[in-house]
Write a new protein. Structure first.
Lengths: 305, 301
């Protein structure tokens, strides 16, 4: 469904900023893929390339059977109708109702007005906003706005859904709601790619067996490098909403006072980067760890790690 | 085809809804086009009034033969008959002292009191002679004019070709200037509209980005923007027509009286309905052209 072969993308006048470097990957129909990595790793660039919003310097990209390098500019909109996109900042028109925001995606296809309203309402129903159809988008909460954005992305029943940091503006409870929606959309057959550095999303992905691709400085890396994923279930439990604010279940190494400060100031683990968190297995040796700024030594439910 | 029509209908509906949601931007765009067309309309109406005067003078009397006090109408008719025998003469009209006085009264308009105490027969009778087009210069050098001056009963012969020609030249120059000014105003209007539409597009950049995001074709996006320009242009033209109508009602009669008093002819007429339709069409075109220029510069994919 999506195939990248030796794709490179650089920015800057002399191409000195490497966004993607010789990336090759294949994503099959119906897959749920998580793209993780720190800011600037190339996650958003990868999504833009798949969405044909940018072109690579080298390599080939095939999406839904189209070689994007050979795709004419006039054909790009028709490709995009098969790819829904969701952003961290929602990108809604605040003056329009939720229904009208979703309807935009269908209006450009020239569908009958009745069909547009039915489909838009159905998509909003799927994301739990059946009773908020006429509410102005600007008056909705962040979670509701993100759900409208998802409804707009899926209203046209796209084959692929791309989400770029979709939980960036959501609290952990809303993140869980959104993940459930994405899970449902994926269950209906839509291929989903989520670019994220949200620990909670990755933990949920590990729990559901979603494919995980790590990106670092423009290259695909093995996600197993992040040791915390080895015990993702425990991390997921730790960051689940019912545990938020209850820091005690997660102990830390008192010798790391700076890490302790981060934890104390940010009861929301959601705000922590994956790189800031690592699981410490039994007999953990700090000097041998790759990324160990914070040490989870037992899970929320008290299970020893 | 049906899909295109539906898409067009939605574009129209959304454009109208979008404009209603951005009243400030709408007011700015409509005002810009309205002001531009108001200026253009003033220039046009002025140029047309000048053209009317020019045409009136260019095709009017070219020679006036003033008759003596002792010339009775029969003698005047005889002299007129002699003049009419010339091939170059188109028409000879006898103006009695009473006719001349009435004309003077009419041309003075609201200042008729100036003629208080003046006898109705104080002005001389005359013959107004119109020549065929292109023969005024010939008439000026014609021996006939010299012979006419020596004819008994003729007090004086005033060949008006010289100053009429100068006036006509002046009026034509004014008309050419007005056309040039109208062109400049039009260019300024297009620029003004383009800048305004650019501002409007800036305000709509999110909407345009979202349209592209959900798979809108360039034709759809541009059609959206062009339709906005069309509606705003038509509204601006309507605004200009209304303002011109008020302006004409306010100063038009005075201008007409002044022109008539000074030049003896001319009127400051307003647009006929067909011209108003043309003005609205021009406004819509300006809106579309302005939008098109703005799109080409600022809404490329």
């Amino acid at each position: 469904m999506i195939a990248l072969e030796h794709v490179s993308r650089r920015y800057g006048r002399a191409g000195e900023i490497v966004a993607l470097d010789d990336v090759s990957l294949e994503i099959d129909e119906g897959e749920f893929v998580l793209l993780s990595g720190p800011s600037g790793a190339g996650k958003s660039t990868l999504l833009k390339l798949i969405f044909a919003a940018e072109r690579p310097e080298s390599g080939t990209i095939r999406v839904l059977g189209h070689d994007l390098a050979r795709l004419r500019g006039s054909s790009v909109p028709f490709l995009r109708r098969n790819i829904g996109v969701v952003f961290q900042n929602f990108r809604l028109l605040p003056g329009l109702s939720a229904l009208d925001n979703v309807a935009i995606a269908l209006e450009v296809r020239g569908l009958p007005r009745r069909v547009i309203r039915e489909r838009a309402a159905s998509a909003l129903g799927l994301v739990g906003l059946a009773r908020r159809l006429e509410a102005r988008a600007g008056w909705l909460s962040a979670g509701e706005q993100q759900r409208v954005a998802i409804a707009r992305a899926i209203a046209g029943e796209p084959a692929i859904l791309l989400a770029d940091e979709p939980t960036g503006n959501l609290d952990p409870r809303l993140t869980l709601d959104l993940l459930q929606i994405l899970f449902e959309v994926n269950r209906r057959g839509t291929t989903i790619i989520v670019a994220t550095h949200d620990l909670q999303v990755m933990a949920a992905g590990a729990r559901h067996g979603w494919r995980h691709l790590g990106l670092e400085t423009g290259r695909i890396v093995a996600p197993t490098r992040h040791q915390w994923l080895d015990d993702a279930e425990m991390v997921a439990a730790a960051v689940a909403p019912h545990d938020l604010g209850s820091v005690p279940p997660i102990a830390h190494d008192p010798s790391h006072s700076a890490d302790h400060a981060i934890f104390a100031d940010q009861p929301s683990l959601h705000d922590l980067m994956p790189e800031q968190l690592a699981l410490a297995p039994s007999g953990y040796d700090e000097s041998a760890a790759e990324i160990v700024p914070l040490h989870v030594v037992r899970s929320a439910n008290g299970r020893p790690s | 085809m049906i899909r295109t029509l539906r898409a067009g209908t939605y574009a129209v509906r959304r454009a109208i809804g979008g404009m209603a949601r951005r009243p400030l931007v709408l007011a700015l765009s409509v005002s810009a086009i309205g002001v531009a067309l108001l200026l253009g309309g003033v220039v046009f109406l002025g140029a047309r009034a000048v053209a009317n005067v020019s045409s009136s003078w260019g095709g009017g009397v070219h020679m006036v033969v003033y008759l003596g006090d002792d010339v009775n109408p029969e003698r005047a008719q005889a002299i007129a008959g002699a003049i009419e025998e010339l091939d170059a003469v188109e028409e000879v009209t006898y103006i009695s002292p009473a006719d001349a006085f009435a004309r003077l009264e009419q041309s003075l308009g609201g200042r008729r009191e100036l003629l208080e105490g003046v006898e109705h027969g104080a002005l001389p009778s005359s013959l107004e002679v119109s020549f065929a087009g292109g023969v005024r210069d010939v008439a000026g050098v014609s021996p006939f004019v010299d012979r006419l001056r020596k004819t008994p009963g003729v007090e004086d012969v005033e060949l008006v070709s010289d100053w009429v020609d100068r006036l006509v030249f002046l009026l034509r120059s004014l008309r050419a200037g007005a056309i040039g000014l109208a062109l400049l105003v039009s260019l300024a209007a297009i620029y003004l509209v383009s800048v305004t539409v650019r501002l409007a597009l800036h305000a709509r950049r999110d909407e345009i980005a979202i349209l592209r995001l959900v798979g809108a074709t360039e034709r759809y996006v541009k059609g959206h923007v062009l339709f906005d320009g069309l509606v705003q242009g038509a509204l601006g033209a309507g605004l200009a027509a209304g303002a011109l109508h008020l302006l004409h009602g306010w100063i038009g009669p005075d201008l007409s009286a002044t022109m008539s008093g000074i030049l003896g002819t001319g009127s400051f007429a307003f647009f006929v309905p067909r011209e108003i339709v043309a003005l609205v069409a021009l406004g819509a075109t300006l809106g579309v052209v302005g939008s098109w220029l703005a799109i080409e510069k600022h809404v490329d994919a």
